[in-house]
Design a protein around this ligand. Structure first.
Ligand SMILES: *[C@@H]1O[C@H](CO)[C@@H](O)[C@H](O)[C@H]1NC(C)=O
Ligand SMILES: *[C@@H]1O[C@H](CO)[C@@H](O)[C@H](O)[C@H]1NC(C)=O
Ligand SMILES: *[C@@H]1O[C@H](CO)[C@@H](O)[C@H](O)[C@H]1NC(C)=O
Ligand SMILES: *[C@@H]1O[C@H](CO)[C@@H](O)[C@H](O)[C@H]1NC(C)=O
Length: 464
């Protein structure tokens, strides 16, 4: 029994020792941590000392500069005042001297005249009186002879001093804070197919040293957060000195997100993000491709059925056969997103679509595998590709056909551009550059190009 008790006792001691050991090593670890924390605190303390005294030095320096400026200005203005004073005093002294001379001369004349008047000898009186009288009358009549030029206007009231504005500025001396966030003025921004001019305003225009413009392609609300957390995906334009900037070389028909950062010595703040989009690449009709029985307007934007013209020469590029009254746009698209519209000018027999460059010019578009179109024939509407037709049912007065081509995603979608109604989407892996194509069998149609992609088509997954 005793040996049993002894055993238990030893086990207990062992356990206690282990516990103490591990508790002790924990305590040592904690102690070390505390020591290193204290080291950091002391270091920070030193940094605060150093930084504060550096700032104090800077403050002294800056104030000395201000005081220096004030002293130099005081001397300069003081010497201007002195100069003005001595100039005026000089002029006034000259006038006083002139005055004195005149008074002397006229006093002499008065004495002479007095003596003459007192003369009792008639003969002598006659002798002098005439000439004295002449001199006296001349002295009072003529200003030139005896009265000097006197300017009492040379006073000293032209030096006005008012430092009210400067006092206010000086009273507001303080350390700089980071500028307020600027704001992008979307209503002032403008876009073409490859540029966007971004305009912004800042409450702290005068303390802002420069602006920085960041931009990236916007693909949806979900990417704002990830964009804002990472710098790598942004394009950055640093060191902008004015409150607008035009970004060049953008992709057409694309939405971008912009952020402007205002920077001064104390720090920087960023604007709320703004999304802006480029327009689609503009194009016109290519008259050289137009069928002989089509007339393209001078601005190359309208195509009209025309029986009279026959001057046009035949060429490879021209739509040629009886049934293919076609014309293409003067653009080849091999990337990006593009939107254009065809305004139907009373035509009841037309087709609007896209074709490969290699698309045969002697048959209607949509008949072959190199073209995709929406067409109207009298009162029936259809989409057609490779001779396969699907009837569609737009509102009966379809007046503007919208075409959205997303080359990279491989789809072309037709819309009623007035009613925003989706009509049809073709999914195609495009293998060649694409050009817009139009057929007109009666009346006319007009193209609208260089448009931005309408908001309601933005970010939609086109469905069939
Ligand atoms: C430290 O000691 C206490 C009390 O004796 C014990 O409960 C604990 O298990 C010990 N801690 C470690 C990590 O061994
Ligand atoms: C001291 O100034 C430097 C540089 O201006 C700064 O990075 C640091 O955070 C400052 N440290 C303290 C403790 O103020
Ligand atoms: C129309 O197209 C023709 C042929 O490409 C061109 O010579 C002419 O300058 C164009 N006119 C306009 C206004 O774009
Ligand atoms: C369209 O209508 C006209 C007369 O209204 C008719 O002559 C023509 O054959 C019709 N075209 C088609 C393809 O149905």
């Amino acid at each position: 029994v005793t040996s049993q008790i002894l055993k238990i006792h030893i086990i207990f001691l062992c356990l206690l020792q282990q516990a103490l050991d591990s508790n002790l090593s924990n305590l040592i670890k904690r102690n070390n941590e505390l020591e290193s924390l204290m080291g950091k605190l002391i270091q920070t303390c030193q940094h605060v000392e150093v930084n504060a005294s550096r700032q104090e030095g800077k403050l002294m320096e800056e104030c000395d500069v201000l005081i220096d400026i004030i002293q130099r200005r005081r001397e300069l203005i003081g010497s201007k005042i002195k100069e003005g004073k001595s100039q005026r005093i000089r002029k006034l002294a000259q006038q006083i001297a002139n005055c004195k001379q005149c008074i002397e001369r006229s006093s002499a004349l008065i004495t002479q005249a007095d003596q003459t008047l007192k003369e009792t000898d008639h003969a002598r009186f006659l002798q002098t009186a005439k000439s004295i009288n002449e001199r006296v009358s001349m002295a009072t009549a003529s200003t030139q002879v005896l009265i000097p030029e006197i300017h009492l206007t040379d006073t000293f009231d032209t030096f006005a001093l008012d430092f009210g504005r400067e006092k206010k500025l000086l009273e507001n001396l303080d350390y700089l804070t980071a500028p307020n966030a600027p704001s992008i003025r979307e209503e002032l921004c403008t876009a073409s197919y490859d540029t966007i001019a971004v305009h912004w305003t800042s409450d702290d225009e005068f303390t802002v040293v420069s602006y920085e413009l960041q931009y990236a392609i916007f693909t949806g609300q979900s990417n704002i957060a990830s964009l804002c957390n990472s710098l790598d995906s942004w394009m950055i334009v640093p060191n902008i000195k004015q409150n607008h900037y035009t970004v060049h070389g953008l992709q057409s028909g694309t939405k971008y997100i912009f952020v402007v950062k205002a920077i001064n010595q104390a720090g920087s703040r960023s604007s709320e993000p703004a999304t802006l989009k480029t327009n689609s690449q503009p194009f016109k009709l290519d008259p050289k491709s137009a069928h002989k029985k089509l007339k393209v307007s001078h601005d190359n934007l309208t195509v009209e059925r025309d029986e009279t013209t026959s001057k046009k020469g035949h060429s490879q590029e021209r739509f040629s056969s009886q049934s293919s009254y076609g014309v293409v746009g003067n653009v080849y698209i091999d990337s990006g997103r593009h939107y254009w519209e065809a305004l139907i000018g009373g035509s009841t027999w037309y087709a609007v679509g896209i074709a490969y460059k290699s698309c045969p010019k002697h048959e209607w578009i949509g008949k072959n595998s190199a073209s995709w179109v929406l067409c109207r024939c009298n009162n029936s509407w259809a989409v057609r590709h490779n001779s396969k037709e699907f009837a569609i049912e737009p509102l009966p007065h379809l007046r503007r056909v919208g075409v959205l081509l997303d080359y990279d995603a491989g789809c072309v979608t037709f819309y009623d551009a007035v009613g925003s109604q989706h009509l049809h989407t073709f999914h195609v892996s495009f293998a060649q550059p694409i050009c817009p194509v139009f057929n007109v069998w009666n009346r006319c149609l007009t193209i609208l190009t260089g448009l931005p992609i309408p908001d309601h088509l933005e970010g939609l997954d086109p469905q069939d």
